[in-house]
Ligand binder design. Structure first.
Ligand code: URA
Length: 439
């Protein structure tokens, strides 16, 4: 079939054979199929969707478009955790050390911040000396010897996704559930982990605005992973308000350290412990209750905090940041936003907070833009809390006084204060997934 014939088949809602998908996707990677034809196909997928078989084949082809890591040398099941992206989402920095402290090897290849969402690599890079660009050999060695590794994604990991994502970004085709599922899972399959725990965010600060769509995305990703022989579980979690209190790179590292020291925000601690317990369950076969107990012990004993220290040290970072957070970059200007009336916090719009943090320099408008690790927003209140007039709602951390007044005004618009108490949204909407593999 010619490429226009393949595009026409999807436009008509017909099912592709794996060979058709391979011709299109690998032809695109090789530069033989031009962007404009792939863009037309992506839009057809947005309208017609993909069957389970198509989605599994597309993801396998994307995963195998570059290097696929073989982690069998670690000798034990390796766990990975992935979030679909949120605001203030620093759970990897807490959940991975928790799982590692429960003797589960954890290896994660992570992205940089995308659009309004933050990225684990950007956050970790705010630790002085920390290296995130590891070769496959370094990644494997650290996984074997230290039991915990987080690296930036190598350019050779699922290169088909890199090319497709760049096109989706400029053709309004990012938000398709099958395309997101294939994009995420191609990288997870290429990363080689045997056990994958997915945190699928739902709400204003996530790619999926509704819980129903987030659930559909989680189901699609679980089906792909299970068909590929991986153990996969997913949580659908709230992203209507930021997770925890801090939004901004060094600010979030500081909050992750606080959480591993037992003094972090309750929602972050709960979500990180739940995700870590899922990793422990999948990797060891322990019951949920036993996995949860192990994770709680790893938190209370300080073993998980130590695991974060081992990760930082192994990757050249200054692990004194665990005891001396002032070694992290700090912003010269800190300004509180005060409540303009008394009442209950009815909403803290995650997307609006992310936009303020990005305007202060914490995020990127375009891929490759520099970021300022020190800046961001730290909330003082969450949905459901009561505030008095004049009480701080948040603090802005800025490097540049010129940006502050507009940012302060913009941040005020993220808060809704009401006369009546507003219920806090549930943190975890659903747990999905089988602990069984197909082979
Ligand atoms: N994250 C990804 O890796 N891919 C998407 O398509 C969306 C979020």
């Amino acid at each position: 079939l010619s490429v226009p014939d393949i595009i026409a088949r999807k436009r008509q809602g017909l099912e592709h054979s794996p060979e058709e998908l391979e011709a299109l996707v690998l032809g695109h990677v090789r530069g033989e199929v031009p962007d404009y034809q792939v863009a037309a196909w992506l839009m057809a997928v947005c309208f017609q969707g993909l069957s389970d078989a198509e989605l599994a084949a597309l993801t396998r082809i994307m995963a195998h478009s570059g290097t696929v890591l073989d982690l069998s040398g670690v000798g034990r099941p390796v766990a990975d955790k992935h979030s679909t992206g949120g605001v203030g989402d620093k759970t990897s920095l807490v959940a991975l050390p928790l799982a590692a402290a429960c003797a589960v090897p954890v290896g994660k290849m992570s992205g940089r911040g995308l659009s309004f969402t933050g990225g684990t690599v950007d956050k970790l890079e705010s630790i002085p000396g920390m290296h995130l660009e590891l070769s496959a050999e370094q990644f494997l060695r650290q996984l074997r010897e230290v039991g915990i590794v987080i690296s930036g994604q190598s350019a050779d990991l699922a290169p088909a996704d890199g090319k497709l994502y760049a096109l989706r970004d400029v053709t309004a085709t990012v938000s398709s559930i099958p395309l997101i599922a294939a994009s995420v899972m191609s990288k997870k399959l290429a990363g080689g982990a045997h056990c994958i725990v997915l945190d699928v965010k739902a709400g204003r600060g996530a790619f999926m605005a509704s819980v129903a769509d987030a659930r559909r995305l989680a189901e699609a990703m679980i089906a792909i992973g299970t068909r590929a022989g991986r153990r996969v579980a997913a949580l659908v979690t709230d992203m209507s308000q930021p997770l925890g209190l801090a939004v901004g790179n060094a600010l979030e590292v500081r909050e992750a350290i606080d959480t591993l020291s037992g003094r972090g925000p309750a929602d972050l601690a709960e979500l990180a412990c739940t995700l870590a317990a899922e990793m422990v369950c999948l990797a060891t076969g322990l019951s949920h209750a036993d996995a949860h107990d192990n994770v709680q012990r790893a938190l209370a004993s300080g073993a998980a905090r130590e695991a974060l220290g081992c990760l930082i040290q192994a990757q050249g970072g200054d692990q004194r940041v665990l005891d001396e957070p002032s070694l992290l970059p700090g912003a010269p200007l800190v300004q509180p936003l005060l409540a303009w009336r008394h009442g209950y916090v009815a909403a803290v719009d995650a997307l609006a907070v992310a936009d303020v943090a990005r305007a202060l320099g914490a995020g990127r408008a375009r891929k490759g833009d520099p970021i300022d690790p020190a800046v961001g927003v730290v909330l003082a209140v969450k949905v459901g809390q009561h505030v008095e007039r004049g009480q701080p709602l948040a603090t802005l951390h800025a490097s540049d006084g010129v940006r502050l007044p507009a940012a302060c005004k913009q941040l005020a618009a993220a808060f809704q204060l009401a006369d009546d108490p507003a219920p806090a949204p549930p943190l975890i909407h659903a747990r999905l997934g089988a602990a069984e593999t197909t082979d």
